[in-house]
Design a binder for this molecule. Structure first.
Ligand SMILES: C[S@@+](CC[C@H](N)C(=O)[O-])C[C@H]1O[C@@H](n2cnc3c(N)ncnc32)[C@H](O)[C@@H]1O
Length: 251
């Protein structure tokens, strides 16, 4: 992890979700479980889940009933300490906490049927996402799936930042100055070579698709239920048939 983001998360004790009540955390987890099943994986008593960037296990505990074993991986020790207290509170038996980086976790995991990362992609550059997927592929069962969840979409995020996509619209007269201010802020940050936003990096779907295609992975994008400016990537290995189709198209 870049030292900026490791410093950012060290000392933190929760995942900074918009709503943090248990019923919301359970809803967020249920959305992920829905994607897992809708993409053809059947969580069952034999399957192994790896939750990368699990944070304080706020969602992980709600995945537990559906899997045989869960590896919950995070690089921040304060998040993992809070996660351990949460596992004790929920009397979790099947979740194993692992301190590791999303780019180097494979040696600590045997095999995975499903690998999920919720709100992690924004702390990885495009190159790091590519490395992260390589690491996932080292442990992913041939028919397994990877869910990269809640990626920030730059085309929607700026609209959110200037007040659009929210429940109450802002008046046009206020919108134009905010739009200009936002552009100036972006240019300034680029010049100063700062992290593009306090939220981390945003990634276009095309960029994610390009990474996946280069690794012979199929990817499908879905909208998210509870965030206006994020999307989720559902990823799996291409079948031989798909590889042939892909090769023929690229000739
Ligand atoms: C927004 S929180 C999300 C936590 C959890 N997935 C959830 O939805 O509640 C992001 C988490 O990713 C972790 N993280 C960020 N970069 C990481 C990396 N390169 N390797 C492992 N964990 C990372 C942080 O420590 C933090 O706990």
């Amino acid at each position: 992890m870049s030292s900026h983001w490791s410093r950012y998360w060290e000392g933190k004790t929760h995942g900074e979700h918009r709503y943090r009540t248990e019923d919301w955390l359970e809803k967020y987890a249920r959305e992920q479980l829905f994607h897992i099943t809708s993409y053809g994986a059947k969580p069952c008593e034999q399957s192994i889940l790896v939750d990368i960037g699990c944070g304080a296990a706020e969602l992980t505990v709600y995945y537990e009933p559906f899997f045989a074993k869960i590896y919950a991986v995070d690089s921040s020790s304060s998040m993992l300490e809070t996660a351990q207290r949460r596992l004790d509170k929920f009397a979790s038996k099947k979740i194993q906490l692992v301190q590791s980086d999303a780019l180097y976790f494979a040696e600590k995991i045997d095999i995975a049927d499903v690998i999920i990362s919720n709100e992690l992609a924004q702390y990885l550059t495009k190159e790091q996402i590519s490395k992260h997927l390589n690491e996932c592929l080292k442990v992913l069962n041939p028919k397994g799936i990877i869910i990269v969840s809640l990626i920030i979409d730059p085309d929607k995020y700026w609209l959110w930042q200037i007040g659009y996509l929210r429940e109450s619209r802002i008046p046009l007269l206020k919108f134009i100055p905010m739009l200009l201010l936002n552009q100036v802020r972006k240019v300034y940050k680029r010049i100063m070579q700062q992290i593009p936003s306090d939220m981390g990096y945003s990634h276009r779907k095309e960029a994610i698709k390009e990474i996946c295609t280069s690794k012979n992975l199929d990817v499908e994008f879905v909208n998210t239920l509870y965030s206006e400016y994020r999307y989720t990537a559902l990823i799996r290995r291409m079948t031989n048939h798909r590889k042939k189709q892909h090769l023929a198209r690229s000739r």
